[in-house]
Design a protein around this ligand. Structure first.
Ligand SMILES: CC(C)(COP(=O)(O)OP(=O)(O)OC[C@H]1O[C@@H](n2cnc3c(N)ncnc32)[C@H](O)[C@@H]1OP(=O)(O)O)[C@@H](O)C(=O)NCCC(=O)NCCS
Length: 182
């Protein structure tokens, strides 16, 4: 299911099609992807069978949210290549089993697709849509050493508000936010 489209990209569900599962495994088994994603992400993947489990888990976790919140594949329109993941969802709190009312946007790209602006373009579409629904603020939370991810947040026009420990089990994370235009 397509949930959003941009000039270069289609944002859609990850599926259990073999090409999606192979791409997902190739991406999330890489240390450079796992490095900054936190302990709760349980990465890197170590067995191709885990790709299917991930897709199922993402579908189940956000089944009640329709196409508003979720974890989606970013596909390049011209080539059909899946270049990564974009997500929009409620942030887990200090107690990670409980979701807060704070909405986060996030991005993961396969290293072969870094440097083209895909993360920024995909995230912008989701953030604009979410703010247009009346949500006052969208957050991005980033490991303090993840300069590439902080650059995405800045390209989106997000404001850096320092390190906060409100989410993801109390992990200290650089926090960026974008407010709905007045
Ligand atoms: C974070 C991550 C997605 C950033 O990837 P990225 O490719 O740098 O980000 P974008 O897709 O927005 O691309 C921006 C880059 O493309 C360049 N670019 C090229 N063509 C472009 C275009 N048409 N439009 C916009 N930017 C373009 C930009 O100049 C920029 O490069 P620069 O940083 O050298 O100036 C990537 O490093 C990643 O997946 N890391 C691992 C997972 C991760 O840590 N995710 C974040 C968790 S918080």
């Amino acid at each position: 299911m397509t949930i959003a489209a941009t000039p270069r990209l289609v944002l859609r569900n990850w599926t259990e099609a073999p090409a999606d599962l192979a791409r997902l495994y190739d991406m999330y088994s890489r240390p450079e992807i796992a490095r900054f994603l936190g302990a709760s992400a349980n990465l890197p993947l170590t067995d191709p069978a885990q790709a299917r489990t991930r897709v199922t888990r993402w579908q189940e976790r956000h089944a009640d949210h329709g196409d508003r919140y979720g974890v989606w594949a970013i596909e390049v329109r011209d080539s059909g290549l899946v270049v990564g993941t974009v997500l929009l969802k409620p942030l887990p709190g200090r107690d990670e089993s409980r979701l807060t009312d704070d909405i986060e946007v996030g991005w993961h790209l396969h290293p072969d697709s870094w440097g083209h602006g895909y993360a920024t373009e995909a995230a912008r579409a989701l953030v604009d849509r979410e703010l247009a629904t009346g949500t006052p603020v969208v957050y991005a939370v980033v490991h303090p050493e993840n300069t590439a991810s902080m650059a995405v947040a800045r390209r989106l026009g997000m404001t850096h508000v320092g390190r906060r420990t409100d989410w993801y089990g109390g992990e200290e994370l650089e926090t960026f936010l974008l407010r709905r235009p007045a």
